[in-house]
Design a protein around this ligand. Structure first.
Ligand SMILES: C[S@@+](CC[C@H](N)C(=O)[O-])C[C@H]1O[C@@H](n2cnc3c(N)ncnc32)[C@H](O)[C@@H]1O
Length: 309
């Protein structure tokens, strides 16, 4: 576990040092972004990393006070507001660059994204977006939270939710979104007919989820906390977290579901770290999907032949 924003190396390196989530995630679009940084200059550090070291080094960068971490193939780029401690990353390539309007740059990279029938449209494109015939449009501003819809893990979860809905497993069912971020999965599930609750350890995520739910006219009670903050047991649990967090929470995640689970945020290279405890907790793994180095698991709590049906 590392003191970093729980972003998947989101294209927006998040700048707020008070975030203390576990890991950073790899970047999903080819541009860094972050909330506005202090004016003036930013110290840029480039480091070569192997796939195995990536999470650890990203964690160390966040711990060292990085404003943002951008994960690129074979390297990490981090920005610091303060004069860096050069000895801390001796192999790094440091440079100084003028501060930029990261928010504007990030917004320019975010476009509508489709997952099954769901199309996630950034709020600032709402006026120009023309919905398709069967489209379920979600208007979203991830703001300070993770979840614009572009990351492979979010997309795989959205697709799985759309499929569950098509197969009749969401309408009128109870669903918990553990690690709701922007609320994207909870809001999609609610729009697909589920009774939803959302939890996240990050207070920003709760505020952003509530704003986004209101924007989409759906009811998504959101509260701060982890899986233990979910009220009662639910028909479906969706949890897009991180490999180590999934491993750590495998028992309560499985126990909270009466039937289906959709779990992601698991890196392909370390999939067994999460899959083994999920199985041990009683999850029957129905399908493992992989995209861009990330895994999503679709499963059913063992012993539930009627699971979610
Ligand atoms: C990768 S984001 C997923 C956001 C969104 N659900 C999506 O699919 O795009 C992971 C989220 O999990 C939250 N998180 C991290 N550890 C957690 C934990 N132990 N319990 C609940 N939420 C957690 C983070 O704050 C973050 O908002």
């Amino acid at each position: 576990m590392y003191p970093s924003p729980a972003v998947y190396g989101s294209p927006r390196p998040r700048v707020s040092p008070r975030h203390t989530g576990p890991l950073s995630f790899p970047c999903l679009v080819d541009a860094p972004m972050c909330t506005p940084t202090p004016r003036g200059v930013t110290h840029r550090l480039e480091l070569d990393v192997t796939a195995q070291d990536r999470d650890t080094v990203a964690g160390a960068l966040w711990a060292a006070g990085a404003l943002g971490v951008w994960e690129r193939p074979g390297e990490l780029v981090a920005w610091f507001a303060q004069t860096p401690d050069l000895e801390r990353f001796p192999d790094g390539r440091w440079s100084v660059e003028p501060d930029r309007d990261w928010q504007a740059e990030w917004k320019a990279t975010i476009t509508p994204v489709a997952a099954g029938r769901i199309v996630v449209v950034p709020t600032w494109m709402a006026d120009t977006h023309e919905p398709g015939p069967d489209e379920l449009t979600l208007l979203l501003d991830p703001g300070r939270a993770f979840g614009s819809g572009h990351h492979a893990t979010t997309l795989m979860c959205l697709e799985a939710l759309d499929e569950l809905a098509r197969d009749g497993h969401l309408q009128g069912r109870q669903l918990a979104d553990v690690g709701c971020g922007s609320g994207i999965l909870a809001i999609a599930a609610a729009a697909l007919g589920a009774q939803v609750q959302a939890v996240d350890i990050d207070p920003d995520a709760i505020a952003v989820t509530q704003e986004n739910a209101a924007r989409n006219g759906v009811d998504v009670p959101a509260r701060r906390g982890s899986v233990d903050a979910v009220e009662g047991r639910v028909d479906v649990v969706v949890a897009n977290l991180l490999t180590d967090v999934v491993a750590e929470l495998s028992e309560p995640l499985v126990a909270t579901s009466r039937g289906r689970l959709v779990v992601s945020g698991i890196t392909t290279s370390r999939a067994e770290v999460a899959l083994t405890p999920l199985r041990a907790a009683g999850l029957r793994i129905d399908e493992v999907r992989e995209r861009d180095g990330w895994v999503a698991v679709l499963g059913t709590r063992s012993g539930r032949s009627d699971a979610g049906s």
